[in-house]
Design a protein around this ligand. Structure first.
Ligand SMILES: [Zn+2]
Length: 377
């Protein structure tokens, strides 16, 4: 598909000095999931300065700002706000090694633009300053708060490592895979190792489960995996063990494939149960795959070309990382969604403390988000 520069949109000028001030402030004061108190207060003070109305979430960090009078379409713009606790140069600290400081900076600039240019906004903008992306739990808290209305369209952004997307390039979607983790206990029946027929050995049960996991076959060409990542059993070398715990990690390119694989994994775990062997699910973690939206991606593609030219547009490669952004589409609160993948010479990689990137990419990224919003119908 050919996308050419859209001449009908008036050029955008950003307050780059203010953006660097925001970035430097936020960069130096990273806070971990659900503890972004200072960060939230700073964002609130910036919105106050811009005269943008917002509400705090009931009982947790983050903000929900509104620009516009409720007119449709209802367009969402989401930034994550948390950082990571890590050891860097021998010291434990909280670092914005996932670039959420840059995401907040861009989203503040977009909010400022539309508060000063309301005629450029095709509907109403809901700006979500979302906590706790790193623990993949913030989006669901926002959705469950009931404070976010049903959105026609939702945009997000994530800076990309240089080996995924080169500097001065961007992708109209970040193709996140679906991931699920299950923590499982197997209970059996203990006996003396010399009389194993009197017991029910949980290691035997686990071996069967593990072998069957490796034989899962789905009718697809896209990669998927179901592997055991943790296993523990037995305390004594001469006793039949009656308790084991394990963790299994499932990954698939899309949510349907994940559901199909999970069904098979559950059936496998059930298949080893007997009067003496029981398989119990202790807990799970889930992160949905991105759900590609053609209308949202078309707007983002056009926005990228407007800012970086035809040569700046790259189609996304599947990414290994997950992002709780995808819960907004998965849970049905946002109809069309996409995340801008922003190339910015980021090295050596995300989640590496001390990672660096070309900060001027934030100016381009903010302009792309502004254009994607302006193009939303
Ligand atoms: Zn991140």
């Amino acid at each position: 598909m050919m996308t050419t520069t859209n001449e009908t949109l008036t050029p955008v000028t950003l307050d780059e000095l203010q953006m660097m001030t925001d970035f430097n402030y936020l960069h130096d004061r990273g806070e971990i999931a659900f503890q972004e108190v200072n960060t939230t207060n700073y964002l609130a003070s910036r919105l106050d300065e811009m005269g943008i109305s917002y509400e705090r979430f009931d009982g947790f960090t983050g903000l929900l700002a509104t620009i516009g009078d409720g007119r449709k379409p209802l367009i969402g713009l989401r930034t994550d706000i948390d950082a990571l606790k890590q050891v860097y140069q021998g010291k434990t600290g909280v670092f914005h090694s996932c670039g959420h400081d840059s995401h907040m900076t861009m989203i503040l600039a977009v909010a400022k633009y539309f508060s000063e240019n309301p005629d450029q906004l095709p509907g109403t903008l809901k700006v979500i300053f979302q906590p706790a992306e790193e623990t993949v739990t913030g989006a669901e808290r926002v959705i469950k708060s009931g404070q976010l209305p049903q959105l026609d369209c939702l945009y997000g952004v994530h800076v990309a490592a240089a080996n995924d997307i080169a500097g001065k390039h961007a992708a109209p979607i970040i193709m996140a895979a679906a991931t699920r983790t299950y923590w499982v206990t197997i209970t059996g029946k203990t006996a003396h190792a010399g009389r194993p027929w009197l017991g029910a050995n949980v290691i035997d049960a686990f071996s069967t489960i593990n072998e069957k996991f490796k034989q899962i076959k789905l009718d697809t060409d896209t990669p998927y995996s179901c592997i055991t990542t943790m296993f523990q059993a037995g305390e004594s070398s001469n006793i039949v063990p009656d308790r084991a715990t394990f963790a299994v990690d499932l990954r698939a390119r899309n949510n349907d494939l994940m559901n199909e694989m999970q069904e098979q994994a559950f059936a496998i775990m059930k298949s080893v149960e007997t009067d003496d062997i029981k398989v119990i699910l202790d807990g799970n973690d889930l992160s949905p795959a991105s759900i590609p939206s053609e209308p949202a991606m078309a707007n983002m593609r056009q926005a990228i070309v407007n800012v970086l030219g035809e040569d700046g547009l790259v189609e996304a490669k599947p990414s290994q990382g997950g992002d709780d952004f995808h819960f907004y589409a998965y849970d049905g609160i946002a109809k069309e969604t996409t995340m801008l993948g922003l190339g910015c010479d980021l090295k050596p990689g995300l989640h590496v403390p001390g990672m660096t990137f070309d900060r001027s990419a934030m100016f381009d990224g903010a302009k792309m988000l502004i254009d994607a919003i302006r193009l939303t119908k």
